[in-house]
Every structure is written in C-alpha cells, then in structure tokens.
Design a protein around this ligand. Sequence first.
Ligand SMILES: [Fe+2]
Ligand SMILES: [Fe+2]
Length: 294
Amino acid sequence: MSPIDPRRLALAALCEPDPERKAQAALDLFAGVRQALAIPEAECTASSLGGQAPADVTLAPGWRDTDWRPAAQQGAPLPGRPTLPRLVPAKDVPSRSPFTLEGRAALLHAICHIEFNAINLALDAVWRFPGMPEAFYVDWLRVAAEEACHFRMLRAHLATLGCAYGDCLAHDGLWTMCARTADDIVARMALVPRTLEARGLDATPLIQDKLTRAGDARAVEILNVILRDEVGHVAIGNRWYHHLCQARGLDAVALYPQLVQRHEAPRLRPPFNTAARLAAGFTEAELAYLAGDE
Ligand SMILES: [Fe+2]
Ligand SMILES: [Fe+2]
C-alpha cells in the first residue's frame, strides 16, 4: 500500500466531471484520511461516513507543503463538472413557485446544484493552499464528504419528483467567488464559508417553511441534516478566518467589510438566522455589522 497525498487527491476529485464519481471520491478521500490519522468515528457526522478506505492507508510525507498550483494550471479548467446543468447568469435562472411539482423540483434542483458546487469549494480549499496545519485539511475534507452526502440525498429525492440533476438551468455564483479568492486564503475563508455558506443558514428555515406548506416532508428532513452540517461548515470558516487573522496580525472584524468590497461579495440582507450564526461562532460585533449597525 503506497501512501496517499490527500491534497493531490483533492485536486483529482475537483477535476472529476461526473457528479457521482466526484461525490464518491470526496467520501473515500475523507475515509482515507480518517483512517490514516486514526480520527474516531465519534468525531464525524453521519454525513461524512459514507466512504471506503483500505485499512493500512498512510499519508505521503510532506503532503501539507506541496504547491500544486503549477500542476493544476497544466490541466483542464477547474472545476470538473458535467455538461448539464447549463450555466446561465443568476438573473436568468427562473424562480418558480414551490407549490407546483415542477416548481418544487426546480427549487430542490437549485439546492442540489449548490451542494454539488460546495463539494468543489471544499476540495479547492484543500488542494490550493499549502502549508496550513493538518487540522485545516481534515476540516475541509470532512466538509467535502458532507457536501457529497447532501448532494446525493437531494439528487435521490429529486428523482422521486421526476427530475434529474442537470434538468434545470443553474448559475455559477459560488465558483465565481472561489475563483476571485484563489490567491488569498484569508479572503477565501471570509467570503466563501462565512458569507456564501452562511447565507444558507439564513435561507434554509424559510425554504423549509415553504416545503412544509407544500407537503414535502422528506425535503424538510434533508434540509434539517444540511442545516445541522452547515453550521459546522460556517464554524470551520470562522475558525480558520480568525486563525489566519490572528497569525497575520489582522483585525478580523474590520477586515471583513474591506474584503467584501474588494472581491465584490454580496452584502447580506436580513432576516438572519441569529441562533445558527451564533452556534457557528459569529461574534456579536460581526452580527451587528451584518445588521447594518457599523
Ligand atoms: Fe451542504
Ligand atoms: Fe457547506
């Protein structure tokens, strides 16, 4: 059994265009790292446990330090994704009523697409940024595995509504922010998990309310799992944003609005899911900024 390089494998999974193979690769990769580092099952969520790893797997020496960016530039454009869904500007993705079957399928397709993208975002954090502590990579590999599980649950539920992933139009907003922060790990942590994923914390209860009224109990149940896991993803974003700010002598609260402006991140609007945001580690000062009382 030769040692595995988890960051090189994260890049390979990111390049994989087939959604099912990508999801399995993310789950297997986390299982391999968990096995190699003897991370107990108790420290994982059910969503991150679907992968397979050989019993005697080990990690390649120096795996945290390789700069894979030159290798990635030689390959196909990132991320690997299927030819469908067709990507269009966000304004061209029609919003439909969740109270028709087609509309509900379109809503869940949009969330399924977010989860597919979220696998890519987590894998990108792993391969792109060398020299971080081991815990950084373990955190983002766990996120990738959880996103793979979210994607699969939604895709399976979509099938019961007569819809396949790829059937509806979609937009590429999440990857766009990933690309804009490709050279700045502080901005990446600030704007992808702590802004875009955190927006999911705010939006999910409202969507669940609509799905409850539309009578889709299974979708509500899936979103409960997603919301639980996403609090953890945003917490991971907060953990590493604050870690990096502290290490570099940056004021995390003052820097955030500057990063929003520099990278044209969306300015978030209420209502905010304050309980979930506090559980994910946002401070009162950060919540006050969001509420507009700067
Ligand atoms: Fe997710
Ligand atoms: Fe997430």
